[in-house]
Design a protein around this ligand. Structure first.
Ligand SMILES: Nc1nc2c(c(=O)[nH]1)N[C@H]1C(S)=C(S)[C@@H](COP(=O)(O)O)O[C@H]1N2
Ligand SMILES: [Mo]
Length: 258
C-alpha cells in the first residue's frame, strides 16, 4: 500500500500531465498516432486514480446481530494504568471530555452526553487484526464528519490525529503513547464513528472506554481506543516518531486498507 501523501502527490502529477495533454489535444496533436496512444494511457491512469478514490468511499460490509462474535477479542492495551485514565475511569468518565483542537475554527470540549447528541450511527462490522484474528462486533457512536463540521476545519487541515490515553511502550522520549491518524477521506466516510457503545452496552474498558475510533475500511491497529483528543493537522511529521501512528512508528503501513 502507498503512503497517502505519496499517493496524493502521484494523483496531482497524474492530473497535471492530463491537463497538459488536453491542451496539446487542442493543437490537433491527437492526429499523431503516438500522442493518441499517450492520451489513451493517461486516460487509463485517471480511471485507475478515480477507482482508488471511489474504492476509498465504498462501505465496509455490515453484518446482522446473529453474526456478532460472542467473545470479541480485546487486544493491545486492555486496562490502561496511566494515572489520568485511571482517575477518569474511577469516576465513570463523568468528568472526561473529548478535546477537538489543532487546525479548527472552533475548538471543542465534548462530554459523552454531548457526543451522544451528535449525528450517530450503528453498524455491525468485522474487525481484522494484523495478527491474524477477526471478530464481528456492533458499534454505536458519533459520526466523525458532522463532528468535524461543528469544529470547522481550517483549509490547511489534512489529517485527524487521535491521541489516546494509554502508554503501550515505556520510552524515554514519551513516544510510547498510543496515537493514530487518518486522512479526510476516512474522517468523512459515513462508517467512521467515535464509538461509545459496543453490542448495545457502554463501551467496555477492554475495548477502549469511553471512546474509540471505528474506521471500518482499515485494519485493527487504526481503531484507536481510549481517545482523549482529536487534533486536526496539516501533516504528522512532528508527532510521535513522525509516521502517523504508534504501530506505524514501529514499521506498519500508515494506510492499512482491508
Ligand atoms: N489506544 C489503543 N488503541 C488501540 C490499541 C492499543 O493498544 N491502544 N491496539 C490496536 C490493535 S492492534 C487492535 S487489533 C485493536 C483491538 O481492539 P479491541 O481490543 O477492541 O479488540 O485496537 C487497536 N487500537
Ligand atoms: Mo491489531
Amino acid at each position: 500500500m502507498t503512503h497517502a501523501p505519496n499517493r496524493r502527490r502521484w494523483l496531482t502529477a497524474a492530473g497535471a500531465s492530463l491537463a497538459g495533454l488536453w491542451l496539446a489535444a487542442c493543437d490537433k496533436l491527437t492526429e499523431n498516432p503516438r500522442s493518441a496512444a499517450v492520451l489513451k494511457s493517461a486516460e487509463g491512469l485517471t480511471r485507475r486514480a478515480q477507482r482508488l478514490v471511489v474504492d476509498r468511499k465504498a462501505l465496509a460490509r455490515e453484518f446482522t446481530p446473529a453474526d456478532v462474535s460472542p467473545d470479541f477479542k480485546a487486544n493491545g492495551s486492555t486496562n490502561p494504568d496511566d494515572p489520568d485514565y485511571v482517575a477518569h475511569a474511577a469516576k465513570g468518565f463523568a468528568d472526561w471530555r473529548l478535546v477537538v483542537d489543532g487546525l479548527v475554527e472552533h475548538p471543542l470540549s465534548l462530554s459523552l452526553d454531548d457526543l451522544k447528541k451528535l449525528p450517530g450511527r450503528s453498524q455491525i462490522t468485522r474487525h481484522d487484526c494484523v495478527e491474524g484474528w477477526s471478530s464481528i462486533g456492533g458499534w454505536t457512536g458519533a459520526r466523525l464528519g458532522p463532528l468535524l463540521d461543528q469544529a470547522k476545519l481550517k483549509p490547511n487541515a489534512r489529517y485527524i490525529v487521535l491521541h489516546c490515553a494509554d502508554t503501550l511502550e515505556q520510552t524515554l522520549d514519551g513516544t510510547g503513547q498510543y496515537y493514530e491518524s487518518i486522512d479526510l477521506i476516512d474522517a468523512y466516510h459515513p462508517q467512521t464513528i467515535l464509538a461509545y457503545a459496543m453490542n448495545g452496552q457502554p463501551l467496555p474498558i477492554a475495548h477502549g472506554a469511553p471512546l474509540r475510533l471505528r474506521v471500518e475500511r482499515q485494519l485493527g491497529y487504526k481503531q484507536a481506543k481510549y481517545v482523549m483528543r482529536l487534533e486536526a493537522v496539516a501533516d504528522f511529521a512532528h508527532i510521535g516518531r513522525g509516521n502517523g501512528g504508534f504501530w506505524e512508528d514501529r514499521g506498519y503501513e500508515w494506510y492499512a486498507g482491508i
